[in-house]
Write a new protein. Structure first.
Length: 80
């Protein structure tokens, strides 16, 4: 019984490691990329996605309502 459980755990561990390798080695995406004109290119691999938005402190802010009152938050810009 102990050996069966040991072999089962070992097999599951090996399968889990292989699954992670396939996930992270599937594509090599260089993101973000800073161009020579100081523009930044963000890349994402999501073939089924309809739209992608990005947010950060580098974007203008907008007023949003939170449980603690109104606050400034960066806008969510649509990526093209």
């Amino acid at each position: 019984m102990k050996y069966t459980l040991f072999y089962l755990c070992t097999l599951l561990s090996i399968l889990g490691i292989q699954a992670r390798e396939e996930l992270f080695n599937a594509q090599n995406i260089n993101s973000p990329e800073v161009k020579s004109d100081q523009s930044v290119v963000f890349r994402i691999y999501a073939p089924q996605t309809q739209e992608v938005r990005i947010t950060g402190d580098f974007l203008p802010t907008e007023k949003v309502t939170t449980p603690y009152g109104e606050a400034d938050a960066p806008i969510k810009a649509l990526m093209t």
